[in-house]
Design a protein around this ligand. Structure first.
Ligand SMILES: Cc1ncc(COP(=O)(O)O)c(C=O)c1O
Length: 593
């Protein structure tokens, strides 16, 4: 008798002729598990057919086909496929007194001695680890009794819970096929996209997975998540031929009479995009913010209310002018300055408010502007990370007396170093031009200076790169938002972390997806370190600026303290793809559970 005939006979007998069904036993933390083979005898067992229908309905999204599910239809499937297909079987999983789910085998490849693990369904919650233990047990049985050497399975790329289970069981991905959903007469069906092009939007992928052909593959597969070969970078740009061409053009033609042609074009393009009358390109956003403080008139003796949670530049530029930064707390849902805290911190000396759209999340601008109007305060928007984010349809950087955006290499649009100063005020703009150019007026002679200014202006070649990037900003925002969505789909149900999400009326550019670590069995710093071992480069949230030695440590700011300790940003370099995000999420689950 051939191997195939032997197996088929054996399975047929198990399903049709045994008086007592086959039961495989396992356990988790003292709860007994039994895998009971479904047989011909259960065809008329209403309870079983009903539960199979219910679970199928509940997990419809993970099947390749949807159709109206009924008792009769499930029964037909049970008889025609489960019982009559020679190479198909299904175990019901019982844990204690609970009927937990099912798992089966299908599509035997007799030549290579492999079979598909099929119909993996957790029907009910509870008993963590029970599905894993059950599948492991069935795999062991298949190897020892049926002589199988390897297992295969298919799943969808967004079934992240299942994926991390399969990785733990020793499966690895062998193929990834782009899929789209088609309507059928009865429902829907996922089919392969033929001739898929890179630019086409894919709804999900079908992943083929298999176990490694080596002894012990059923053992706990702790080593299966190997470090990524690709650096999963925290940030990084998208550079195309258009950036290269624009820079080359500036190198070839951006001197002599046209020495600032790209600077002017950049200023025009960004002021149009943000919706501001004037834009001035600077060496970096820190310089633009310093000019903002000067042109808002901050000086020694003034107080400027500033978020406690930002990169140092936000506070330092206030101090450059001699004014005193007064650090206030943040909103836990946006990590942006808390308007209530702002109002509480106002004194007679308060001259202005410096806000930051943290990690691209827009601040509560209605509240900030209302306070500014009431107390006659200047508002500077540090929009360094938020190009492309909007609040009630208006671009960030377009609200304050001055707004500043950064093109630093880690930002959504880059020029290496670079920044822009934005305002609607002609007076402020003229003053910023003066200070960014050493205070030069040529009033009494060429090179004449009237104030002590700074050499802050952006170089033309740098402007060319920034210009090409700003022209693509909507595309870059779309990619960042896609990366965030991939994270969101995979991590939203994890209690161990909270992802910050935009609120109604906002569009966040998700330049740096922000996460709060709720789990306490691992510290944020250890988590970031461990991720690095997998070549995943997350980044710790900012420490509170008010705790730096040069500032007064008199501000409590409990929310900023918590975020400084437990917050981090997930990698979101623009060269990441869905597979990279799958990997980051699988590793996160591994480390956090
Ligand atoms: C919130 C914030 N403000 C200011 C800056 C300064 O920008 P730049 O590096 O262009 O000077 C940054 C840059 O990282 C930032 O994140």
């Amino acid at each position: 008798m051939t191997f195939q005939a032997r197996i088929e006979n054996y399975i047929f007998n198990l399903k049709h002729h045994e008086d007592i069904p086959l039961v495989l036993r396992a356990s988790i933390r003292n709860a007994p598990i039994s895998l009971v083979l479904l047989t011909q005898k259960c065809v008329n067992n209403k309870e079983i057919i009903t539960v199979l229908s219910r679970w199928r309905k509940k997990h419809e999204q993970w099947f390749f086909e949807t159709f109206p599910i009924s008792y009769e239809r499930t029964k037909r499937w049970y008889v025609n496929h489960l019982m009559n297909d020679a190479d198909r079987l299904l175990f019901l999983i019982h844990v204690g007194n609970t009927r937990l789910g099912h798992v089966g085998l299908d599509k035997f490849d007799y030549k290579n001695r492999t079979a598909d693990i099929d119909n993996i369904v957790r029907g009910e919650p509870g008993y963590p680890g029970a599905m894993e233990a059950s599948i492991r047990r069935m795999m062991l049985w298949g190897r020892e009794t049926l002589g199988l050497r390897e297992y295969t399975l298919s799943t969808f790329s967004d079934n992240i819970r299942a994926l991390s289970l399969y990785y733990r069981l020793g499966f690895h991905e062998t193929q990834r096929v782009p899929m789209i959903q088609k309507r059928t007469k009865e429902g829907t069906k996922w089919v392969e996209v033929k001739g898929w092009r890179h630019t086409q939007k894919i709804q999900r992928y079908m992943l083929s997975m298999r176990t490694q052909q080596k002894d012990g593959y059923i053992k706990k597969a702790l080593g299966t998540l190997k470090p990524s070969k690709k650096k999963i970078a925290f940030a990084g740009p998208s550079i195309t031929q258009s950036e290269v061409d624009t820079v080359v053009e500036a190198v070839n033609h951006g001197f002599y009479d046209t020495h600032d042609s790209h600077v002017r074009l950049l200023e025009q393009t960004i002021s149009d995009y943000v919706g501001r009358r004037y834009a001035l390109a600077q060496f970096c956003a820190t310089h633009a913010l310093h000019l903002a403080c000067i042109t808002c008139g901050f000086t020694k003796g003034d107080e400027v209310i500033v978020t406690d949670f930002s990169w140092a530049a936000t506070a330092h530029v206030i101090a450059y002018t001699g004014a005193t930064p007064v650090f206030v707390d943040i909103d836990p849902t946006t990590w942006c300055i808390d308007p209530v805290a702002v109002e509480r911190a106002i004194t007679k000396k308060t001259k202005g408010i410096m806000i930051v759209h943290s990690f691209g999340m827009p601040c509560d601008m209605d509240a900030i502007l209302r306070i500014a109007r009431t107390y006659k305060l200047k508002v500077i928007e540090d929009a360094a990370p938020s190009l492309g984010s909007t609040y009630k349809g208006k671009q960030t950087g377009g609200f304050g007396d001055v707004g500043c955006i950064s093109f630093h290499g880690a930002k959504i649009a880059v020029s290496g170093e670079g920044g822009v100063y934005l305002t609607n005020s002609k007076r402020k703009r003229d003053q910023a031009v003066l200070y960014s150019n050493m205070g030069r007026t040529n009033r009494k002679a060429n090179f004449w200076c009237d104030v002590i200014g700074y050499e802050y202006q952006m170089a033309n070649v740098t402007a060319a790169l920034a210009l090409a990037q700003v022209r693509r900003i909507e595309e870059l925002v779309a990619k960042k938002r896609q990366i965030f969505t991939w994270y969101w789909e995979r991590l939203k149900d994890m209690e161990e972390i909270t992802l910050l999400r935009e609120k109604d009326g906002m569009r966040c550019n998700y330049a740096y997806p922000a996460v709060f670590l709720n789990a306490r069995h691992i510290s944020r710093d250890d988590l970031v370190k461990k991720l690095r071992n997998y070549n995943i480069h997350a980044r710790e949230a900012f420490p509170r600026m008010s705790t730096f030695p040069m500032y007064e440590a008199r501000f409590a700011n409990p929310v900023a303290s918590q975020v400084a300790k437990h917050g981090f940003n997930l990698p979101s370099a623009l060269n990441l793809n869905e597979r990279d995000i799958d990997f980051v999420c699988a590793v996160l689950r591994r480390l956090l559970r």
